[in-house]
Design a protein around this ligand. Structure first.
Ligand code: ZN
Ligand code: ZN
Length: 381
């Protein structure tokens, strides 16, 4: 199939910088783009770079409260103490930083630009690795996220007249901000596969969270047990994500591809590999072509193994979107020089991971989780 894929990128996206000690650091974006470039993926036929534009107040206001946007703009100089705390800012997770509004608005604008490219037909697929900030709430920052770019981009789509949009989130953390934004909206299906909130931030995302009011039946959650790996992710995609999306018949598939389910991720306890994540990307890609004429938008999200996992996982996603999945092999020599320069250490030598056996005792727990999710949504499954 002939593909055109827009890759949202501008070095200005690295200005979303929460500080040198914070787990989310922009070097992961630079290393991803460098790896994709070295492998020739950005030069493939149909692949183009889309330079993002910042989201303005009207766009942000589709999701966020005016007071909150004003507080983010006031940071850091005029936002202090109790006022910051009211908006979730000035915490270890969400420190205030210089030009925070501009950086967050650009990351959000990138996701809106990606959706606009696909919705207008300018591109079949579009990806914003700087997006996926899925924890931000209408009135406050949360979980490293200032503005909720997936929610804003989807809200923009609804404002254009879209009738059904599916949001699929495979980040290790529950996509609580996006779920909350559309919890009572029957036009948006949200599906989140994550490590159970019993063990991990933000502590939500259970099977019983199925929507509210007119939105009942359009919120889907798969809370996986700690230790779950590639087989669990594949089962969740095959038995929950795919049938839910098929039943909903969206006009566009929006996916958040956080890669912090990886076994090396320092913030969580799942155990996927890069190739297990790539298999999920491939399944989502096939689903987009099956149900919505290929209209597929992807973002990054979490991922805190900044050198060892993020660049390979999201390069695999970009490769999948471009129409040719990444083949196993060595990481390019020139990329290693970039890793040394930007991260001061050696990078991973191969594009895929060593496969380790799944923990067999988890299979029953994963099956039970999938069954509970399906049972909670009898009209969808
Ligand atoms: Zn495609
Ligand atoms: Zn995450």
């Amino acid at each position: 199939m002939g593909h055109s894929t827009a890759v949202v990128w501008d070095e200005a996206l690295t200005s979303y910088d929460l500080g040198p000690e914070h787990p989310l650091r922009p070097v992961r974006l630079e290393l991803t783009i460098a790896l994709a470039r070295e492998l020739g993926i950005l030069d493939r036929p149909g692949v183009s770079i889309l330079v993002p534009t910042a989201a303005d107040d009207q766009l942000l206001g589709l999701v966020h409260d005016r007071d909150y946007i004003g507080a983010v703009k006031a940071a850091p100089d005029e936002l202090i103490g109790r006022l910051a705390a009211r908006y979730g800012l000035g915490t270890p997770d969400n420190p205030v930083f210089a030009r925070m509004h501009e950086a967050a608005a650009l990351a959000t604008g990138g996701s809106v630009d990606a959706v606009r490219a696909v919705w207008s037909g300018a591109a079949d697929h579009a990806v914003n690795i700087a997006g996926g900030l899925h924890h931000a709430m209408p009135d406050r920052a949360s979980g490293f996220c200032v503005y909720d770019d997936p929610a804003v981009a989807i809200a923009w789509l609804l404002a254009q007249g879209a009738e059904r949009v599916a949001y699929v989130d495979i980040d290790v953390h529950h996509g609580d901000g996006v779920q909350a934004a559309f919890y009572d909206d029957p036009r948006v299906l949200t599906v989140s596969v994550h490590e159970s909130g019993r063990y991990l931030f933000p502590g939500t995302g259970f099977a019983a969270e199925t929507g509210r009011g007119e939105g009942i039946g359009t919120s889907v959650n798969v809370p996986l047990p700690p230790g779950a790996g590639d087989a669990a992710l594949a089962a969740a995609v095959e038995h929950v994500v795919a049938p839910a999306v098929r039943a909903f018949r969206p006009q566009l598939l929006f996916t958040q591809l956080g890669c912090d389910t990886h076994r090396l991720d320092p913030l969580a306890h799942l155990a996927t590999t890069v190739q297990g994540q790539a298999a999920a990307h491939a399944a989502l890609h096939a689903l987009a072509h099956e149900v919505c004429d290929g209209r597929w938008v992807a973002t990054g999200g979490g991922g805190y193994a900044l050198v060892d996992v993020v660049p390979r996982a999201w390069t695999a996603a970009i490769a999948e979107m471009s129409g040719v999945p990444l083949a196993p092999g060595a990481t390019p020599v020139d990329w290693h020089e970039t890793v040394r320069r930007l991260a001061g250490r050696a990078g991973p030598s191969t594009l895929t991971d060593e496969v380790r056996p799944e923990r067999p005792e988890l299979a029953d727990a994963v099956d039970a989780t999938v069954a509970a999710t399906r049972a909670a949504l009898p009209d969808l499954f």
